[in-house]
Write a protein that binds this ligand. Sequence first.
Ligand SMILES: [Zn+2]
Length: 344
Amino acid sequence: MNKTAVIYHEDYLKHDTGPYHPERKERLSSIMKLFKQSGILEEVTTLKPEKCSEEDILLVHTEKHLNHIKQLSERGGGQIDGDTYCGRETYEIARLAVGGEILAGKYVAEKKADNAFALVRPPGHHATRDKAMGFCYFNNVAIMIKYLQKNYDIKKVCIFDWDLHAANGTTEIFYEDPSVLVISIHQDPRVTYPGTGFTDEKGEGNGEGYTMNIPVPPQTGDADYLYLLENFILERIEKYAPDFMVISAGFDSHKGDPLGQLMLTEKGYSKMTESLQRLAENVCDGRLIVELEGGYNLDAVATSSYAVLKTLLGIQPEIQINGGASEAIKDLTYKLREEFNALW
Ligand SMILES: [Zn+2]
């Protein structure tokens, strides 16, 4: 069995987005309830994070953005855009989310655990350098990576983001940076928030080719994702040879999610985690963390997190994925291979 750390803080429930908002505290309490009932927490090291510093946030974000969120919270809160609300506690809890990710990263970088699962909220992958959007305030994963690159002998990092939505914030932050390979697989941006994340958005300057946007049509499921992984993504990551790997796990790509039309299941998440974990063992001494992004079906977010945690621990029984990939996914895979093989 692997040594796995789970990062969680009950204060994550204090970030209040209002009564009808999908990004609600029950997402996390639902996960923790299942973890407790199942007894799996006895198999892991549970860690309670602290808030990150302002200096940590400034590794990625502008001072203006930091002050905007801070002052909005201090004034009692306010609406940032149509779907992103900043509450009284948001600034402090967003700092705690960043702190949770940094703790996960440090723990794995220092080899205190083989891998870690950061169960944080608010999520982060839509937050750009200077803007909160899509329920995200600070880009948790980007800050964690900058922190690791600054404080540890970690140079190259790969982020694999399987959230329903394109990781526009994460890709923007590392758009010209070849030291971070960002792979975002998401539902077609023509019909999905935030409307970006097309294949031709692939990085610029020195970063050209180190951003991979992989849009897939509604109804794409487990067999399709595995086909993409096994016929394109895994070999690219292996060639890139990162020192550290991160899965940005949004469970809104689950078939039961109210926000999307993708068809992933617990089996698919588990299989993808297993493949990436095996690859991490080959390329970066197994250093892998999973961090929570979206996921709005309260049952699916819990059962999917549970499947991923069992995989991280190495106690998930062998899983069989039935059926094959669609012709559309096979074509997409072929095009991606052609395009990125020509770049590096
Ligand atoms: Zn999402």
